[in-house]
Design a protein around this ligand. Structure first.
Ligand SMILES: NC(=O)c1ccc[n+]([C@@H]2O[C@H](COP(=O)([O-])OP(=O)(O)OC[C@H]3O[C@@H](n4cnc5c(N)ncnc54)[C@H](O)[C@@H]3O)[C@@H](O)[C@H]2O)c1
Length: 385
């Protein structure tokens, strides 16, 4: 099956590499001629590095690259069996491209979007034969990150869903299925990792270095929340939070933090601008964490209980299966354990008690315990994972 990729920036280039590595002929289209040239050049560099590392022989690397053709018209995608779009995150622009594409491809062609934040259902509605439309959400960098979220729209045909899942699994990815909900699994469930850490920091309970230390050394996360926000970029991370907050009709659980908004406004974007929560300039002295175990435990419990609550509610609302929710967080953002398995390990009753204590202290909706957690605690059961 020939695979089409529309847009060859960060994501499209990675998706094209992935599909070509999985033996597909790939046709890449971008509206910007220089993006096509730079994508091709970037791939040559990546493949040369992989040859150096011994991952491929130079013949294999050449074959992979030769499977990709770079074209400057959508019409050239006409014989593709699957087209994945990875252009600018704009509903109007994407819809227009899909409409035009539908005029060229066959009725059997699956049309997919890699959008992170738009409704798959609204994108599907932009074409006539909307039952062949689906969301395929890759993570950056696409060739390396193992997780792919597959999101059927309301209109998506079950055969299209199954074929998409099989195709992406054959690309050696961990595929999870998600209901068309803002943030899908990862960008929804991960919100408290940033949001609750920011809240603890804003309240002055601990500084950023101490929160990062606790989440890494005591809980086993690879990066602390503030290091990670600096890595992602405070502008980008803030924008995702705000999008999810608005999309969930201003549910206070996803409320963005002023602390982060101000950093973004100041241009303290993180690593990419040389300064964020931390100073990345040469010779800068990094703040020392207060390694108080009792404080550290309090921080970990609070962030972790909020993460578990979000994962539990995602299951409660049938957004994804328990297994897929755990797979998504361990493969998409490298969490040390799946959150639902982690809840079983801690004890559901203890998590419910921790959440209720937060709710009693603040009287904020944000800390409401998921009905599913409470039910499991009442029945003395855990999650089936
Ligand atoms: N960057 C990430 O971490 C990430 C992760 C997952 C999903 N996404 C999603 O993937 C999509 C692309 O993101 P990106 O980071 O690769 O963007 P990018 O800016 O790196 O690349 C976008 C490319 O699309 C091209 N383009 C824009 N309008 C076009 C049009 N009308 N027709 C054809 N080409 C067009 C641009 O020339 C550019 O080369 C977005 O929907 C984004 O939400 C991004």
């Amino acid at each position: 099956m020939k695979v089409g990729v529309i847009g060859c920036g960060t994501m499209g280039s990675g998706i094209a590499q992935l599909a070509a590595t999985a033996n597909h002929e790939v046709v890449v289209f971008d509206a910007n001629e220089s993006a096509l040239i730079s994508s091709k050049e970037k791939l040559a560099k990546v493949m040369a590095r992989l040859v150096e590392k011994g991952k491929y022989s130079s013949e294999e690397a050449n074959v992979i690259q030769s499977r990709i053709s770079y074209v400057n018209g959508l019409r050239e995608l006409s014989d593709c069996g699957l087209v994945i779009e990875a252009i600018i995150e704009d509903l109007g622009i994407k819809s227009k491209v899909f409409k035009e594409l539908e005029g060229f491809v066959s009725d059997e062609c699956i049309i997919a979007s890699n959008t992170s934040s738009l409704s798959i259902t609204s994108l599907a509605a932009s074409i006539e034969k909307s039952d062949r439309f689906i969301g395929i959400h890759f993570f950056n960098p696409a060739p390396l990150m193992r997780l792919v979220e597959v999101i059927p729209a309301v209109q998506t045909n079950i055969r299209v869903l199954e074929k998409t899942k099989t195709t992406i699994a054959n690309w050696r990815k961990v595929v999870v299925q998600v209901k068309d909900t803002p943030g899908f699994i990862v960008n929804k469930v991960a919100r408290p990792f940033y949001g609750e850490a920011l809240r603890i920091y804003e309240e002055g309970i601990a500084d950023t270095a101490t929160i990062d230390w606790a989440m890494k050394d005591l809980a086993g996360f690879r990066m602390g929340p503030f290091e990670l926000m600096d890595f992602i970029g405070n502008d980008v991370n803030y924008a995702v939070t705000e999008t999810v907050f608005k999309a969930f009709y201003y549910d206070s659980r996803y409320k963005p933090a002023f602390a982060q908004k101000r950093l973004a406004e100041a241009g303290y974007l993180g690593r990419k601008s040389g300064r964020g929560y931390y100073d990345y300039s040469e010779g800068a002295i990094l703040p020392e964490p207060n390694k108080d175990e009792e404080l550290g435990r309090k921080i970990v419990d609070r962030v972790l209980y909020m993460l578990i609550n979000e994962a539990a509610d995602t299951l409660h609302l049938n957004i994804a299966s328990a297994e897929d929710i755990d797979l998504a967080m361990t493969n998409g953002v490298n969490y040390p354990k799946g959150l639902l398995s982690w809840a079983n390990e801690i004890g559901i009753e203890k998590v419910v008690k921790g959440l209720d204590e937060l709710f009693n202290e603040y009287h904020e909706e944000r800390y409401r315990c998921s009905p599913l957690l409470r039910k499991l605690a009442d029945e003395g059961r855990g999650f089936d994972v």
